[in-house]
Design a protein around this ligand. Structure first.
Ligand code: PFF
Length: 447
């Protein structure tokens, strides 16, 4: 008899776990620095357009493919494609990007651990902005501690993965995300009250249209894919565990909405403070780690809040890394017939090798460049800006055009039991807007 696959126990568990995948370092760390590099308001505007027109339809595409097939990503395409088609090859790009993301993501998650302990020990109290800049540089170029934290983070990820789906992921996501939300609000208020904060609000909400360039489009699209966990097949894999009655379109919209709210709030913490200290918004990956400690040290009870913040950031990172690990684990267990334990070990081993290289790319091997970028930057940019959107094109075309039409309708409407007023619009976006939009951004960039 075939073994029954585990399903998410509750509908709220489904939403919480998918939101847990979406919300993470992408919102709090990556969004502010990308927005900072790409002109603030102009970036936010393009970002929101991409989330609505490409993001939501793509979440739906992945959900449909996952729940209709109830198997890992490779198996999903094999099951749903017509005889003789070879769409399943695309899933290897997804699996590869998930492992690449896990590698560099674990480095930043390791930084959150360093900062949790530094806050707890009071090492991040009472300094100037320059002190925090120096702290970050000394830490990341020091090699040993960044590598140590990356390895520790991956080992924790491994322990959770080994325990399986339900008890690990659901419980964690249900508690952490709301807690982080509360803390973010506290800091946004604190940042908005700083002198000169208004310039930061304007930077984020007042788009300067002359700043909208091809690279803003590419950056915003990459950020949307990264932040919504799209184009790696995380959501295909998660949806393969969804119950029959989960409303896919509504769930997709909730995920996109919540994820965007978290990112905007993170922006509302960083930019007002940044402009208040007269700092440049274009610092890149280090931005948040240099600015936040200073905001915390200016807030009353800062040591407590900082410790809580970095610890929660670590926890929401782990709900994201669990979700990206689940892709290769489902693949290793179902296609290569490995035990869950061995699959988790293989996933962790691969990420550890590349994670250590990413961690060292700020220090020891910072001169080693791939296409002019450090290993860390190369992994970050290539996955988000190219590999994820590339897979996204295929996922939306597959769901919109190639899979059985009745199956598509049944999945989106839960076999006709849901009335979806946006049904046509969603399918239209899956078929035309998403693939053409993504290709358009690629070509715009090339031109
Ligand atoms: N969406 C996650 C974040 O914003 O932190 C990152 C992520 C998770 C990317 C899962 C890709 C993925 F498959």
């Amino acid at each position: 008899m075939k073994k029954q696959r585990a399903l998410f126990a509750t509908k709220i568990g489904v939403i919480a776990a998918s939101v847990g995948s979406a919300i993470g370092l992408g919102n709090i760390w990556r969004f502010p620095f990308e927005a900072g590099i790409h002109g603030g308001g102009a970036f936010l505007l393009v970002y929101i357009i991409v989330v609505v027109l490409i993001g939501i339809p793509l979440i739906c595409s992945e959900f449909v493919i996952g729940r209709a097939s109830r198997t890992n990503v490779l198996g999903a395409f094999r099951k749903l494609q017509k005889n003789g088609q070879r769409w399943h090859w695309i899933s290897f790009v997804g699996i590869l990007s998930s492992l690449m993301i896990l590698s560099f993501y674990s480095v930043v998650a390791g930084w959150t651990l360093e900062y949790t302990f530094a806050s707890l020990l009071g090492n991040l109290q009472g300094g100037t902005v320059e002190d925090y800049q120096e702290y970050f540089t000394t830490f990341t170029t020091g090699n040993l501690r960044p590598v140590m934290w990356t390895v520790i983070f991956l080992l924790m990820n491994y322990l959770i993965l080994r325990r399986g789906l339900k008890d690990g992921i659901e419980k964690l996501s249900n508690i952490m995300t709301p807690m982080l939300f509360v803390i973010l609000i506290v800091f946004a208020v604190s940042s908005l009250m700083m002198p000169g904060a208004k310039a930061g609000i304007e930077f984020l909400f007042n788009p300067d249209f002359s700043k909208i360039t091809p690279s803003v489009f590419l950056g915003a699209m990459g950020q949307a894919f990264f932040s919504l966990s799209l184009g790696v097949s995380t959501l295909i894999t998660y949806a393969s565990y969804f119950q029959k009655d989960v409303p896919l379109v509504r769930t997709a919209s909730i995920i996109a909405g919540l994820d965007t709210i978290f990112a905007v709030i993170a922006g509302l913490i960083i930019f007002p403070a940044l402009f208040s200290f007269n700092m440049e918004p274009t610092a890149g990956p280090k931005l948040v780690f240099e600015v936040l400690p200073y905001i915390f040290s200016q807030t009353s009870g800062g040591q407590f809040w900082a410790t809580a913040f970095f610890f929660l950031l670590f926890l929401v990172s782990i709900t994201s890394t669990i979700s990206m690990s689940e892709i290769s684990i489902a693949f290793f267990t179902e296609e290569w017939k490995m035990s869950r334990e061995k699959a988790s070990l293989l996933n962790t081993g691969i990420a550890m090798v590349f994670g250590v290289l990413c961690a060292l790319s700020f220090g020891l091997i910072s001169d080693f460049k791939i296409l002019g970028q450090t290993i860390f930057d190369f992994f970050n940019n290539t996955t988000a800006n190219y590999m994820m959107p590339f897979c996204g094109i295929f996922f939306s075309i597959f769901a919109g055009w190639l899979m059985d039409k009745k199956l598509l309708r049944d999945q989106l409407t839960n076999e006709g039991s849901l009335k979806i007023y946006t049904y046509r619009a969603i399918v239209f976006c899956m078929r035309y807007v998403a693939p053409i939009g993504i290709l358009g951004v690629f070509f715009y960039q090339l031109a």
